[in-house]
Design a protein around this ligand. Structure first.
Ligand SMILES: O=C(CO)[C@H](O)[C@H](O)COP(=O)(O)O
Length: 210
């Protein structure tokens, strides 16, 4: 099980400083959608250059032109690229095809999917690497989380690996880990803490203990 740090509310230099603090406790750095909007794919390139031993995920939330956008993110050094589960199968297929060419991985974000079980089964046969349940900020704000959704995809997904994101904190991590996802994605649960290093260290320990 990998720990992915999501960077959403920082610019490139702030992101690099933040990762320096926690790099030994994380596996993947996510360049979050707001960072890509503000800084472009330069942020992916800068992070990969600064931390060549860490994997980098570009959270593009691709919804069209799957092949082209995966190609551009791959050129910038992304190891993983996100595509939305609500997009057309043709978009997901295009993304998967390009990712295979570039030896990259596709993580499908199921944010906004209404019938999770049905769509997860459909996405699972398209050759994607990861299926991720995700409660975004707007639903976190009204008290929702992804824990039940994680159990659903663990039950129905047969080919892809699984991931979970959305408001995970140190005190809720044990419940998440119990469901055994392949990637746990944490943003504010680390970046919003004053002692980021010790929180990341503790999270990594909880993950390693399973
Ligand atoms: O993709 C995102 C928002 O769309 C975030 O990166 C993801 O939700 C993780 O951040 P947090 O732990 O703060 O919710």
């Amino acid at each position: 099980m990998k720990l992915q740090l999501a960077l959403d509310l920082v610019n490139i230099p702030e992101g690099i400083e933040l990762v320096k603090e926690v790099q030994e406790h994380i596996d993947i750095v996510e360049i979050g959608t707001p960072v890509v909007i503000n800084e472009g794919l330069h942020a992916v390139k800068a992070m990969k250059e600064a931390f060549p031993s860490l994997e980098v995920l570009a959270d593009l939330k691709v919804m069209d032109a799957g092949g082209y956008e995966v190609m551009k993110a791959s050129e910038s050094g992304a190891d993983y690229i996100t595509v939305l589960g609500v997009s057309e199968d043709a978009t997901i297929r295009g993304a998967v095809e390009e990712a295979k060419k570039q030896k990259k991985k596709i993580l499908v974000d199921m944010i906004g999917v209404k019938d999770l079980e049905t769509r997860a089964k459909e996405v699972d046969v398209l050759g994607v690497d990861y299926i991720c349940v995700h409660t975004g900020y707007d639903l976190q704000a009204v008290g929702q989380n992804s824990f039940e959704d994680l159990r659903t995809i663990k039950r129905v997904v047969k080919n892809a690996k699984t991931a979970v994101a959305g408001g995970i904190k140190l005190n809720t991590l044990p419940e998440v880990v119990k469901a055994n996802p392949d990637i746990v994605i944490v943003g504010g649960g680390i970046t919003g803490e004053s002692d980021k290093q010790s929180v990341a260290r503790e999270m990594k320990q909880i993950i390693q203990q399973g």
